[in-house]
Design a protein around this ligand. Structure first.
Ligand code: AMP
Length: 214
């Protein structure tokens, strides 16, 4: 099965994609996580992407498409994939369709995580992420057992540079102008599913499973 999790930053895509990866053995391809790892490691990709990510803007399509093509060729992508944060532009959606077709695969569902702007701001401004593996917490809604440290691997939690108020506004604008229109591409293919993504992680998970019929 190939799923695309679509929605604004703070929609909860990453949290739900990680859950499907853990519970169903699907591979989560989070382009944001990949870029952050490369930026932290100082790779050529990381150096190229850093400025865009810090400003809340999109990394160029050629870079993103090359990165995803490489991940899709790995053996662990054979069983099932959840895309989290890709595609974000029409050229990315078209490129994904072509690369899947070449492998005789196609997208099964595109899930649109719908949340209010108020929820987005509350979720992003309280979000904390673990340094070792990107596990996601929230100071108010999903606090770790020991403040400031990951429950799973004990590594320190940090606030993403782009979760600060100025950059949040820019990311929401980029989402509205460049990314949201991609949904029409999938509506036209009959792949679109809306998801009420308000509320607690477990509540969203239950609605998601019902929508996917799993
Ligand atoms: P995310 O973790 O999905 O919110 O992504 C964080 C940042 O990484 C975004 O604000 C972009 O700068 C960059 N990014 C992630 N995925 C993409 C993509 N598919 N296309 C372009 N830029 C991306």
């Amino acid at each position: 099965m190939i799923l695309i999790f679509f929605g604004p930053p703070g929609g909860g895509k990453g949290t739900q994609a990680r859950r499907l990866q853990a519970r169903r053995g699907m591979l989560q391809i989070s382009t944001g996580d990949i870029l952050r790892e490369d930026i932290a490691a100082g790779t050529p990709l990381g150096r190229e992407a850093q400025g865009y990510v810090e400003r809340g803007e999109l990394v160029p399509d050629e870079v993103m498409v090359g990165l995803v093509a490489e991940r899709l060729r790995r053996p662990d992508a054979a069983a099932g994939v959840v895309f989290d944060g890709f595609p974000r532009t029409l050229p990315q959606a078209e490129a994904l369709e072509e690369m899947l077709a070449r492998a005789d695969r196609r997208v099964d569902h595109v899930v649109d995580f719908q949340v209010s702007e108020e929820t987005i701001i509350r979720r992003l401004s309280g979000r904390r992420v673990c340094q070792a593996a990107g596990h996601i917490y929230h100071v108010e809604f999903r606090p770790p057992r020991r403040p400031g440290f990951c429950d799973i691997d004990g590594s320190p939690l940090f606030q993403r540079e782009d979760d600060r108020p100025e950059t949040i506004r820019r990311r929401l604008e980029v989402y509205r102008v460049q990314t949201a229109p991609v949904l029409d591409f999938y509506r036209a293919r009959g792949l679109y599913t809306a998801l009420d993504a308000e509320g607690k992680g477990e509540e969203v998970a239950a609605r998601l499973d019902a929508a996917l019929g799993v």
